[in-house]
Design a protein around this ligand. Sequence first.
Ligand code: GLN
Length: 470
Amino acid sequence: MYSAFRDIRQALFENRLTCVDLVKYYLQNIENQADLNVFLSVYAEEALAQAHLIDQKIQNQTAGRLAGMVIGLKDVICYQNHPLQGGSKILNGFVSQFSATVVERLLAEDAIIIGRQNCDEFAMGSSNENSAFGVVRNAADKNRVPGGSSGGSAVAVQANMCLASLGSDTGGSVRQPAAFCGLVGLKPTYSRISRYGLVAYASSFDCIGIITQNVEDNALLLEIIAGGDAFDSTVSFRAVPKYSQSLNFSQKPKIAYLREAVESAGLSEAVRVHTRQKLDFLRQAGYVVEAVDFPLIKYILPTYYILTTAEASSNLARFDGVRYGYRSPQAQDLRNMYVRSRQEGFGAEVQRRIMLGTFVLSADYYDAYYTKAQKVRRLIQEATNEIFKKYDFLVMPTTPRTAFEIGALTGDPIQMYLEDLFTVQANLVGKPAISIPNGVDEKGLPIGFQIMADSFQEADLLAFANYLAQ
Ligand code: GLN
């Protein structure tokens, strides 16, 4: 059926399609592919009712810019009067009291929200195997992971259960699943999109991100959800360009690639070959393409995991079984109620990170770990800024290899953390990065190519990605 919003709009406005039919089509796909375990809630009746209203608006010529856009939300984005659990048992029964700013902006332009998508618990993970609701399966090979933590959001788009998804990206959670599922995944500049109504994992890293089939749809959604918001004190009030209208790329940018990433021994053969081909293509097209060294690469993951676990231990302290969510039925006294509720409510990976974060923030170790990691973050930022003084884009594969088999890495957290090696840099430094499809490996599994740009250069980033993706 349709994979581009442009085609859907045309069909709607030429009366060849109705929003009701469109929603029915997605609902059918959700039902037929329930084994992929993508949706935690499907808002079928509501979406159909909304579709009916929007069909009328189209007839009356009062429809918003997203009329015909059917969207899914990762289970970390609040939608008023709808369930929200962050993929966790600890939020059992929780219903959002308000909508995230991004949701308000989508609805104001007549988008239709079709449901809530499975994800790693509190967005901690790289494979969607950490969800309290079970693993999500990659539609390209059901024995393989979709990536994480926005795995449900990626497979929903991959398997035509909605046209686009909003996820969250703290260390790659939008780009890595997009890469594993053959999609476009954008993490914008930190603060470009309001975080109001996003369940916090690591607040100085968290970004809402967008997963789509193509760059144009991604640009349109960014244009609509980005920008100032009185409810988020960290959000940027810079003007939001019309990203979707500046997608024709005419400049000849200078491109750097990370030597350590492209030449890394950890890359699979297919990822290495496809990445090289992309670089060769750019050289032949007359671009300056140069290798840069980034000796700090070995500190990227330790810095990320110290700082994000510290922030997570603080952010997740609010889930205590007192005011909402899961409370242990076995509790005997107040202290025991906290302990049991958190022990029974959080999964193993979340508990590991809370403990690690609490440790690095503890009085005796604060300077040795937390303060030091903050300093290293600054060094990584400065080194990355140096690259952007000379180059417009920094490129590398999105992931060292393609989607792995379910269960392959669950026993080895370090190996799992290494999956994020190329994506976390953008979050440490707050810069925008996008993953676009870059062919498939010998098993037919999608490969991702990542492009990072300087802060607030999303317009150029999207235009360049659009050029490269075509
Ligand atoms: N996989 C990374 C982690 O587990 C990134 C997660 C994310 O971006 N939310 O922290």
